[in-house]
Design a protein around this ligand. Structure first.
Ligand code: ATP
Ligand code: MG
Length: 471
């Protein structure tokens, strides 16, 4: 094989091979000098003309040396494809005492498991890829593994009801694991299942509801669409009415009743507003019960907020904002909670379309900026990275990137997530279903993965395509 490599710093390398010995970008290679055999990863490669006008062509490129760490450059080393044992050993050793989350396998070497560093989820994570690239499926694999391998608690804001079955282990036939692996994983998972709680709209086992008086005063006025300047009189009537109640101990019906028990014109108009907006009819309002998370038993692991099952987008936004506000209020407990938001462009968009969405966005931005020191970690998933609030994305230290065709989006991601090698980000346009790139604290040596099997039942499945079957 005519493949030579050299390094100026012992950390990166440059190489040249003949076209017949080409090594693909992302591949793991050995770089052998007289003293050392390094493991490296190819990060870019291009075809070059060997001599002006000549027909001999070669491939030149560069990469990063992963191990052992060299302390100086070298020249004229031999480059070869690394065998699977060496790659497996590197990633297992790199984890040290931290739990590894088996996401699937590496793309280049499918015998090697793709392991994420569990501790990395103590930073904010951004998962993106175009529609149908396998984000929700892969997110499910990540969550299952976090449940199996760590103790972290999770609150999942689930706009498409995709995670309502996170507690239900698949039957073995459809799971596709080997007998022994299925046995091992399902037994452990079934012990966790009772600690997974799903809350949703009418008909769900647990109802997703908020007590009006327990929302922040700001959110209460947002629900009513009251502006302190534009609607000065009604706003003031609302302030007067709520002062009469004990803090947090009132419902929207109480407010309505109070507007009817006075002859003040501004209070009467406030009552009309509540009536006209149909706020009392929204299914999200609870009586005076305890807030949702307080209803959970002490040993809860997961709360799925199935906001997708609420009857209107407004109610979904109210629920998301109330939940995020609650998680933020409770931050001083310093209890690690992973806040998972699927379809994040609808929960914390760059340009919110209504006041409740604006409030939810404000909370996510705050958690993104300051949550980490209180143990509030974000895991956001979206197909529209450019629509998610900038101040949220800029705080993410982990990237999970799946297939993405848009060159403009890839360019922006490359700039935002500068820790991910741009040569690997560029590959995203060629990814297949379930394939992706992991980089950041969850993958200090970035990996190209193919997501593995799901242990639990996928929820919110796509509309059936049976209508197109050959008749
Ligand atoms: N690794 C995988 N193995 C097998 N099936 C997969 C895999 N990844 C995804 N799928 C299937 O492909 C389909 C699309 O995946 P998924 O719903 O995760 O995409 P998505 O990126 O979340 O799409 P959207 O943006 O529309 O929500 C689903 O039916 C899912 O079951
Ligand atoms: Mg999805």
């Amino acid at each position: 094989m005519t493949a030579r490599a050299s390094s100026i710093d012992g950390r990166t390398f440059a190489f040249e091979t003949s076209t017949t010995d080409a090594v693909p970008v992302g591949a793991y290679v050995t770089v052998s000098t007289d003293e050392n055999v390094f493991l490296g990863q190819v990060l870019d490669a291009a075809l070059t003309q060997a001599a002006a006008g000549g027909s001999v062509r070669s491939i030149t490129g560069s990469g990063r040396l992963l191990s052992p760490s060299g302390d100086g450059g070298f020249d004229d080393a031999t480059l070869g494809l690394a065998d699977t044992e060496l790659v497996t050993e590197h990633f297992t050793t790199a984890l040290g005492s931290t739990a590894g989350l088996e996401l699937g396998t590496l793309q280049t070497t499918t015998e090697v498991p793709a392991l994420l560093n569990a501790k990395g989820f103590g930073r904010h994570t951004f998962l993106c890829g175009q529609s149908g690239s396998g984000k929700t499926y892969t997110l499910g694999v990540v969550l299952e593994r976090l449940l199996l391998e760590t103790d972290i608690r999770m609150v999942i804001i689930d706009p498409n009801s995709d995670f309502v079955n996170l507690g239900a282990v698949r039957p073995q036939e459809s799971a596709g694991f080997s007998d022994s692996e299925y046995q091992r994983l399902s037994e452990r998972y079934e012990a966790i299942s009772p600690h997974i709680h799903v809350f949703g709209g009418e008909g769900s086992k647990g109802r997703l509801r908020a007590v009006f008086g327990r929302l922040s005063f700001e959110q209460q006025t947002m629900v009513l669409g009251l502006d302190p300047v534009r609607d000065a009189e009604e706003y003031n009537a609302f302030v007067r009415i709520t002062r009469r109640f004990e803090e947090g101990d009132y419902t929207i019906d109480d407010v309505m009743a109070a507007t009817r028990s006075t002859f003040a014109d501004d209070a009467r108009r406030l009552g009309l507003r509540i009536d006209n907006l149909g706020i009392q009819q929204q299914s999200i309002w609870a009586g005076k019960e305890a807030p949702l998370l307080n209803e959970l038993p002490d040993d809860w692991r997961v709360m799925v907020a199935d906001v997708g099952s609420l009857p209107s987008a407004t109610e979904s936004s109210i629920a998301a904002a109330a939940l995020l506000a609650f998680l933020w209020e409770q931050r001083r407990r310093r209890e690690p909670v992973l806040i998972v938001i699927d379809e994040a462009h609808n929960v914390c968009p760059q340009e919110p379309t209504d006041v409740n969405q604006a409030l939810a966005t404000e909370h996510v931005v705050r958690i993104a900026g300051e949550g980490r020191k209180f143990g509030r970690y974000l895991l956001l998933s979206t197909q529209r990275p450019s629509k998610v609030h900038r101040n949220v994305i800029s705080q993410c230290d982990n990237l999970l990137l799946m297939k993405m065709n848009s060159a403009a989006d890839l360019d922006t991601l490359s700039q935002t997530f500068s820790f991910a090698p741009s040569g690997l980000i560029e590959l995203a346009s060629g990814f297949q279903l379930g394939e992706g790139l992991a980089a950041g604290k969850i993958a200090p040596d970035p990996i190209l993965f193919k997501s593995g099997r799901r242990l639990t039942v996928e929820g919110g499945s796509d509309v059936s395509s049976a209508w197109a079957r050959r008749r």
